[in-house]
Design a binder for this molecule. Structure first.
Ligand SMILES: NC(=O)c1ccc[n+]([C@@H]2O[C@H](COP(=O)([O-])OP(=O)(O)OC[C@H]3O[C@@H](n4cnc5c(N)ncnc54)[C@H](OP(=O)(O)O)[C@@H]3O)[C@@H](O)[C@H]2O)c1
Length: 312
């Protein structure tokens, strides 16, 4: 039985991971009382006692945890701190044919960011197939529920009056192109130029859409059918990736795509839409599911050599 410590267990991501692990008989969860959860000495004790520590912390606290663990423990970090660190394995199982073996053998695994997962899984196969040039500048628009901002943003939205909630239905942010997810979007998609990234947060709890609009002329004049075919072939054997039928009629509600459609699952829908000139790639998933806690449980299972889908 593997001993697992979630550092940051009462935060948004920590709670979601605990819920997925609490009923499992193959995992022993160890935890700290509320008054000790930020104590470096108490954390050190559990970090070193665990077989795997899952960090669900702000970046600076995650860096501190790695130091406190002092090399004694395997670490799965949900923060942004180590995602492009070459000494860490990027924990996106669907990234490449060798990703699972790398995760399984790693001491340090960085759980991928929520937005980057969709962007990377949409664009990387097209770049690798030679349809999309590494030098083509990409645009990525995304929409997330407010849980993506953790406890502080959740409290901010919960405190809104009904009138404020109406006014603040959708807000764009990170306009300065310094979003903390950009480095991993650049590193793992294979594009040579950081995309223009325009995320928005909306007044619902969880669920996200990540969209990459492209002109066919940027895709070697490929048809939507060809683009769809590449994604379908690439993810044919991936249990958590659903490449929807071209145009995704089956996922639409009167022509509208609901960002919460994959909530409470570890599924990611990948969608190709548009016409012969303009193609929209879209990924839909739960930012707290496949985007965070689901991916973490998937990675933990791979690290421990357990069936990957257990608890998902
Ligand atoms: N939310 C998402 O959709 C999502 C998706 C993917 C990745 N992530 C990443 O996952 C990490 C956690 O995010 P979250 O959304 O779960 O944030 P959160 O709700 O704010 O939770 C963070 C937790 O860490 C605790 N904490 C802060 N400093 C600590 C310290 N020095 N020692 C021990 N505990 C400490 C916080 O306690 P207090 O609240 O008492 O300060 C809180 O319980 C972040 O790095 C985030 O980027 C989040």
């Amino acid at each position: 039985m593997a001993t697992v410590f979630i550092d940051g267990q009462v935060g948004t991501t920590g709670i979601e991971i605990s819920e997925r692990l609490s009923s499992r008989s193959d995992i022993k969860l160890i935890s700290l009382a509320n008054d000790e959860r930020k104590s470096p000495s108490a954390r050190t004790r559990l970090l070193q006692q665990a077989d795997v520590a899952i960090l669900c912390l702000p970046d600076d606290a995650a860096v501190e945890s790695v130091a406190l663990a002092n090399g004694e423990t395997r670490i799965l970090d949900a923060s942004t701190a180590h995602r492009t660190n070459p000494e860490w394995v990027y924990g996106l199982a669907e990234l490449s044919p060798t990703a699972r073996a790398e995760i399984a053998n790693a001491q340090f695994v960085s759980n991928p960011g929520c937005y980057p997962q969709g962007f990377i899984l949409l664009t990387r196969p097209l770049i690798q197939a030679g349809l999309l040039s590494t030098s083509t500048p990409l645009r990525c628009h995304a929409l997330s529920g407010y849980s993506g901002g953790g406890r502080q943003m959740i409290e901010k939205f919960h405190d809104l009056t009904p009138v404020q909630a109406d006014i603040l239905g959708v807000q764009s942010y990170a306009h300065g192109q310094q979003h903390k997810h950009l480095p991993e979007m650049l590193t793992y998609s294979g594009t040579a130029i950081a995309p223009i990234f325009t995320p928005s947060v909306a007044n619902y709890y969880k669920g996200m859409l990540v969209e990459v609009p492209l002109f066919a002329s940027e895709l070697n004049n490929a048809s939507p059918e060809q683009v769809h075919g590449i994604l379908q072939q690439r993810y044919a054997d991936e249990p958590f990736i659903n490449v929807a039928a071209l145009g995704a009629e089956e996922l639409m509600d009167g022509g509208f795509l609901n960002p919460t459609g994959c909530n409470d699952s570890n599924r990611m829908d990948l969608i190709v839409m548009g016409d012969a000139q303009r193609i929209i790639l879209c990924a839909r998933y739960d930012n707290l599911g496949k985007g965070a806690a689901g991916a973490a449980v998937q990675n933990l299972n791979i690290m421990l050599g357990i069936k990957e889908s257990l608890g998902l």
